[in-house]
Design a protein around this ligand. Structure first.
Ligand code: SAH
Length: 457
């Protein structure tokens, strides 16, 4: 077998990135865009000793789990890796992925998996979109998505995961740029002005935020853009964000509001949240409510507890917890998010939540040591963590163990780092009690998961 050889294989499994896995002449092949149950003619793209990578040339017999994809760009775009798989099978895939990681990386044998929480309507669920802006071969301004694993922009103003208002905002922005000869950023040269358009939409409030991310400090003719955007029902906040670095990071540090408020608001049950452009906010509000409900249930609060909510963002989970706890402390690294969190506590008349800016792996250990210096043993009844994909720092896990909480609730968007961290906690004095996957990222390979650990008696 050599590169570019073609061969026929049956797909028997699915890898962590959603790729099909099958065997041919004793070699294992990872085949992008192939699904379990497909029989495909594939072309080898890369060969190693015992395994290789291949690309689908033709689907000879489609898997019974294949569905007609909603989006014409689903293969080229990097966003929806598993849109061609029936939703039911997507859920099975995610459940299995989390369970496998806990077994393989975490070393758990008895895994208390509860049924995955899926969505009734698994499209148009995202309240946030960041469209890269560029120029096509004919010199027209385009906005869309990066082709999988590249930074080539595929023009598409109508993403199947986003809300309808995205399209209307992009039409206005692109038309404005064309008319006023405002240039789009070019990554390869670092020239051109408009890099991204960030759009946020409050599902409960119908408020819209538009943030233009610029490679510069000024948007020429900005009043013309504003006067068009404000025609949209619900427009609440229009801002510029400055990012002049040649980097993949989308947002720069400084944001300037040019019309309306600095934030939009959204509601989850009885709570109202203000959200700034720079703050993290769960992208799927329907599933977010279920996720937070589970986090609260797992926390098992009676009203007497001291709770730490680490990686708290704008205080979403903290305020949920504060309704049932004595005192909640939130820790978060982004200062704007903590400003939102403090405002959100006030707005909701929550007076038992306090917030700290900084790294969780510094704030909590420092607090612990300071208490120790004063002869006290820092204790929490419940500790909730909700870290980004890279998971928790070792130093933080050790402090959590030292603080000896009754329960630890770990909310995670990456099952591999979750499994790694749970291993550390469960080699300590904790037992894995409950695991539940919540499908916040339908059509994609990403998972969200809530777990509960309790102290071994
Ligand atoms: N619990 C929140 C946010 C979870 S996302 C919610 O559900 O909305 C993870 C958050 O961790 C982000 O807000 C990110 O800014 C923050 N973060 C990243 N690294 C951090 C660190 N080392 N210490 C504290 N917060 C961090």
């Amino acid at each position: 077998m050599k590169k570019n050889d073609e061969f026929v294989l049956k797909i028997e499994d699915m890898g962590a990135a959603g790729e099909g896995i099958g065997k041919y002449e004793g070699m294992t092949f990872f085949v992008k865009d192939a699904l379990i149950g497909d029989k495909v003619r594939a072309r080898a793209t890369k060969l190693k000793k015992t395994y290789g990578y291949a690309r689908v040339m033709e689907i000879l017999e489609p898997s019974p789990d294949r569905v007609e994809p909603v989006c014409a760009f689903h293969r080229a775009c990097g966003g929806c890796q598993i849109q061609a798989l029936s939703y039911e099978k997507q859920l099975e895939f995610k459940q299995r992925k989390v369970e496998n990681d806990l077994r393989r990386i975490g070393g758990f044998s008895q895994i208390p998996m509860e049924p995955i929480v899926g969505m009734e309507e698994p499209f148009h669920y995202r309240n946030k979109a960041q469209f890269p802006v560029g120029t096509d071969a004919e010199g027209h301004i385009i906005a869309g998505f990066y082709a999988g694993r590249t930074h080539r922009i595929i023009a598409n103003r109508e993403c199947a995961l986003g809300v309808p208002v995205n399209r209307r905002v992009l039409d206005i922005v692109i038309d404005f740029m064309e008319r006023h000869h405002v240039s789009a950023y070019d990554e390869t040269t670092g020239t051109g002005l408009v890099r991204h358009v960030l759009i946020r939409y409050g599902f409960a409030t119908k408020e819209i935020m538009v943030c233009m991310i610029l490679n510069g400090k000024r948007l020429p003719h900005q009043d013309a853009l504003v006067s068009e955007l404000v025609q949209l029902d619900g427009m609440t906040s229009i801002s510029l964000n400055f990012n002049e670095k040649q980097t993949n990071v989308i947002l720069g540090e400084e944001t300037q509001t040019i019309w309306g408020r600095e934030y939009i608001t959204d509601c989850v049950q009885r709570l109202t949240y203000q959200i700034s452009p720079q703050s993290f906010y769960q992208v799927n509000p329907v599933q977010m409510e279920k996720l937070y409900g589970l986090a609260l249930e797992y926390a098992g609060l009676s009203g007497e507890e001291t709770v730490w909510d680490l990686y708290c963002g704008i205080g979403t989970i903290s305020l949920f917890l504060a309704q049932k706890a004595k005192q909640v402390y939130g820790v978060e690294i982004v200062p704007q998010a903590i400003a939102d969190a403090r405002r959100n506590a006030q707005l909701n008349e929550v007076d038992n939540a306090e917030f700290f800016v900084g790294k969780a792996e510094e704030i909590l250990p420092d607090f612990y040591e300071k208490e120790a210096c004063e002869g006290r043993q820092a204790h929490a009844d419940v500790i909730v963590v909700d870290p980004p994909r890279k998971g928790c720092d070792r130093r933080l896990l050790e402090t959590i163990l030292a603080m000896d909480p009754e329960r630890i609730v770990y909310v995670s968007c990456d099952p591999a780092t979750l499994a790694r961290d749970l291993k550390v906690l469960c080699e300590g004095e904790y037992r894995l009690e409950r695991v539940r996957v919540v499908d916040n990222f339908c059509q994609t390979i990403h998972t969200e998961c809530v777990t509960l650990m309790t102290r071994k008696e």
